[in-house]
Design a protein around this ligand. Structure first.
Ligand SMILES: Nc1nc2c(c(=O)[nH]1)N[C@H]1C(S)=C(S)[C@@H](COP(=O)(O)OP(=O)(O)OC[C@H]3O[C@@H](n4cnc5c(N)ncnc54)[C@H](O)[C@@H]3O)O[C@H]1N2
Ligand code: MOO
Length: 413
């Protein structure tokens, strides 16, 4: 999409996102996980099939296996019974086999007729109602893939179906990439933790639990360093400790331009700032750099804005693709389609705006409606949103017009 005229000094979202994706270096090493432990983890190596799938010709239906050429008006006697789990039998000539779904088709049979399409006479002989076709209802050995065929590539996220696929091959353990260790830091003298008594000027720490949940759902091992005071020395010490024990440092707050915002100067002193400021609303005060010598050999640091919704948007659009890249996952483009707006609103000067919206499906087309107040501190609308309506900079929303919609499902790990 066109991004409009961007505010000076701010990076375009696409440029910032591309920089994050390019900068992400996959974690090194591998470890073995049982299938139960491997849910959501990333494969470290290509996996090949060990067995043909299916392993044997087997029946797709409960019914009767027979030789098509032997069907006649006199019917066929049932001479064999083949339940699932039985070995491969031989079908005697002139007879048919009672067979069940998944059971091996006996040698000689070339068709399975479902039981609904069969009538048994008084002598128990099988008569087929209607037409029977050669090969019908037989799942052929190796029809899906053969032993040695590629099954899953390195970098694949082990979703439930992938785990089931591995289980179907008898594979009990898989090589996965180590979990990314992420140090999480909240900055701000005003912050207190939920459960602590409230006082004037105090702000409950929302970002900590939000980012911990997002990182854990993204399969990171979170090292939570808690709240660090708005003090350069305290921040320097926290960053140094985090650098020595983590693959990535994520902090929130103190990343703007005020004299109480120490993240950027401390990052500069301990390593190097790569970029700061992205032309999005909310999420402008986004910083990325490296602790150490400022090269990609250092430990990357992501500074998210203090305003909770800005932090959330910064995670979804910029931090998450970086984390995915560091986890060895493939990072796809943003999924978006056009949806009609059910409201009008002034555009944001110099920044793309990510409006939190719900989709109303009651009309003949989906309609985007604001999910509530749009301030970058307003968590209620963010908690209700189905996704973002992404507006180009300086562009008013006009009711009835179509705009880019980013469904939130794409951000869920
Ligand atoms: N003069 C300017 N002031 C600000 C600018 C600017 O360009 N020029 N940008 C504004 C924007 S946009 C944002 S976003 C914020 C980013 O500020 P910081 O990242 O430095 O965050 P803080 O100043 O520390 O806090 C901002 C706001 O968020 C609350 N906060 C912080 N941490 C948490 C937390 N863990 N949980 C809940 N709430 C938190 C904090 O109390 C403040 O209300 O800067 C604007 N200012
Ligand atoms: O960028 Mo701030 O993130 O608009 O609230």
């Amino acid at each position: 999409m066109s991004c409009g005229t961007l505010a000076k000094g701010l990076l375009d979202l696409d440029v910032a996102r591309a920089r994050m994706i390019v900068a992400a270096e996959p974690v090194r090493g591998e470890e073995f996980a049982t299938l139960e432990q491997a849910a959501g983890r990333v494969l470290a190596r290509d996996i090949e099939a060990k067995l043909d799938m299916p392993g044997v010709d087997n029946s797709a239906m409960d019914g009767y296996a027979l030789r098509l050429a032997e069907l006649s008006d006199t019917g066929l006697p049932v001479v064999l019974r083949v339940p699932a789990g039985a070995g491969v039998a031989i079908l005697p000539e002139g007879g048919c086999a009672r067979i069940f779904t998944g059971a091996p088709v006996p040698e000689g049979a070339d068709c399975v007729v479902p039981q609904e399409r069969v009538q048994l006479d008084e002598a128990g002989r099988v008569h087929v109602v209607g037409e029977a076709k050669l090969g019908a209802n037989i799942r052929r050995c190796g029809e899906e893939y053969r032993a040695g065929d590629p099954l899953l590539p390195a970098g694949w996220t082990l979703n439930a179906a992938a785990l089931a696929l591995l289980a179907s091959q008898g594979i009990a353990e898989v090589p996965v990439l180590p979990r990314l260790k992420v140090a999480l830091i909240s900055t701000g003298d005003e912050l207190i933790e939920p459960g602590e008594p409230f006082g004037p000027g105090r702000v409950y720490n929302s970002n900590r639990v939000m980012l911990k949940a997002l990182l854990e759902r993204a399969d990171c091992a979170v090292w939570d360093l808690g709240i660090i005071a708005d003090d350069p020395q305290a921040l320097r010490e926290a960053f140094a400790a985090a650098r020595d024990g983590a693959d990535l440092v994520v902090c929130t707050g103190g990343v703007s331009v005020g004299e109480e915002d120490h993240v950027r100067p401390v990052l500069d002193a301990l390593g190097g700032l790569w970029f700061h400021g992205v032309a999005i609303k909310p999420g402008k005060a986004f910083a990325f750099g490296y602790l150490d010598d400022g090269s990609t050999e250092g430990v990357p640091l992501i500074g998210l804005p203090g305003n909770p919704v800005a932090s959330l948007v910064g995670w979804h659009l910029l931090a998450r693709p970086f984390v995915q890249g560091c986890q060895g996952r493939n990072v796809g483009p943003l999924q978006q389609y056009r949806v009609r707006a059910g409201f009008s609103r002034r555009g944001s000067p110099g920044r793309r705006e990510l409006l939190r919206v719900v989709i109303d499906w009651q009309g003949d087309q989906p309609l985007a409606l604001l999910s509530g107040g749009q301030g970058s501190h307003m968590l209620h609308a963010a908690s209700q949103a189905h996704g973002y309506l992404m507006m180009a900079a300086d562009t008013d929303v006009e009711e009835g017009h179509e705009y880019h919609y980013l469904p939130a499902g794409q951000f869920v790990d």
